[in-house]
Design a protein around this ligand. Structure first.
Ligand code: ATP
Ligand code: MG
Ligand code: MG
Length: 322
């Protein structure tokens, strides 16, 4: 089984505005839409679109829980969230005007899970995760959820023999690294923050990736937005060049990428095939305005443009790769 864990779930409330959003003006809304907020939830959406069984878990507030779960279930995702009373699923306001310049996001902090809720999630994972299962922790926890709370959840997956996939940042990523996850996927900023220095060449990234592999992380993937990714596995580092597309909204590309890679690796695809698919899928996502939409048809076309190179053949700076 594949589990996705979202600790700070959200509903996206997308407000469509005619013309250009401006201050000191009445910006009239011409359409309202609700969507599922990221992060682990969006990994689940990819898996379900590919008909791969998965369970989405994490915390939801009792208020607005039905609306949130309905949106996920409509897209074929099985839900098994810990429900907290007297709490509300937070809303992210996404303001989208017709200029095509990208959206404006306004996020609420989300509720703080109680000790009881944390224990219930811990219990769920320790009772259900079997050896070889995949457990994807994606996104940041809400305020008040400490790195120690995070460590305990991750630890319980490790103890059960689950494959831990972590896509988070800051102190939570640092905490996760100590437990040697199966796969990590920071983006370039999260990775540089983690290693504590600015990295600008492939060689600099490669050194850090090799060190993390040597410490026991099986897959170290650093995503670089439109420039693709650098991937370490089995002592080797690969550079993946993403297809060139016209980007509309790159928010959520990382979640879709993680969904694609977990889907393929869990189906026992080899690494190159998995990277090719995940890279094309996330590029397809970037051409869509909503943060979780992609096209499998377009992905098949984009796959032809993905290039994967072994690190030995790379001798240029990242800036010159486009
Ligand atoms: P998220 O908003 O989900 O947290 P992220 O910042 O973690 O995203 P990115 O590095 O931005 O992740 O993107 C993940 C992958 O998506 C990249 O490695 C790349 O393959 C693909 N991608 C992102 N933006 C583009 C783009 N403009 N063109 C082509 N591919 C893209
Ligand atoms: Mg990004
Ligand atoms: Mg990300």
């Amino acid at each position: 089984m594949i589990y996705t864990v979202t600790l700070n779930t959200a509903l996206d409330r997308i407000l469509h505005i005619k013309g250009k959003i401006e201050r000191k003006k009445n910006n009239r809304v011409c359409g309202i839409q609700y969507d599922i907020g990221g992060k682990g939830t969006h990994v689940s959406l990819v898996l379900s679109a590919l008909k791969i069984p998965n369970i989405a878990t994490g915390f939801v507030g009792k208020n607005k829980k039905d609306q949130f779960i309905q949106l996920l279930e409509r897209k074929g995702v099985n839900c098994d969230f810990v429900v907290q009373n007297n709490a509300t699923v937070r809303e992210t306001l996404v303001l989208l005007d017709s200029t095509g310049e990208g959206s404006l996001m306004i996020t609420e902090p989300g509720f703080q899970p109680t000790i009881e809720s944390i224990q219930r999630l811990h219990q769920k994972l320790s009772q259900q995760v079997q050896p070889g299962d995949w457990v994807v922790f994606a996104g940041s926890p809400p305020e008040g959820f400490s790195p120690d709370d995070y460590r305990e959840l991750l630890q319980c997956v490790k103890e059960n023999g689950g494959r831990l996939v972590v896509d988070t940042s800051g102190p939570y990523l640092e905490t996760a690294i100590q437990l040697r996850p199966y796969l990590i996927k920071p983006n370039e900023y999260e990775f540089q923050q983690m290693v504590g220095r600015t990295l600008s060449t492939v060689e600099e990234y490669t050194g850090e990736i090799e060190q993390l592999m040597a410490e026991g992380i099986k897959y170290v993937i650093v995503s670089l937005g439109e420039r693709g990714s650098l991937v370490g596995h089995n002592g080797e580092v690969f550079q993946v060049i993403a297809p060139s597309i016209e980007a509309r909204n790159d928010t959520g590309c990382g979640d879709v990428f993680v969904g694609g890679i977990v889907a393929m690796l869990s189906r026992k695809a080899d690494l190159e095939e998995a990277l090719c698919f995940a890279t094309a899928l996330s590029a397809s996502k970037a051409t869509h305005t909503s943060s979780s939409s992609f096209s499998l048809e377009q992905t098949r076309q984009l796959e032809k443009q993905v290039r994967i190179m072994r690190r030995e053949s790379v001798c240029c700076t990242l800036k010159s790769v486009k």
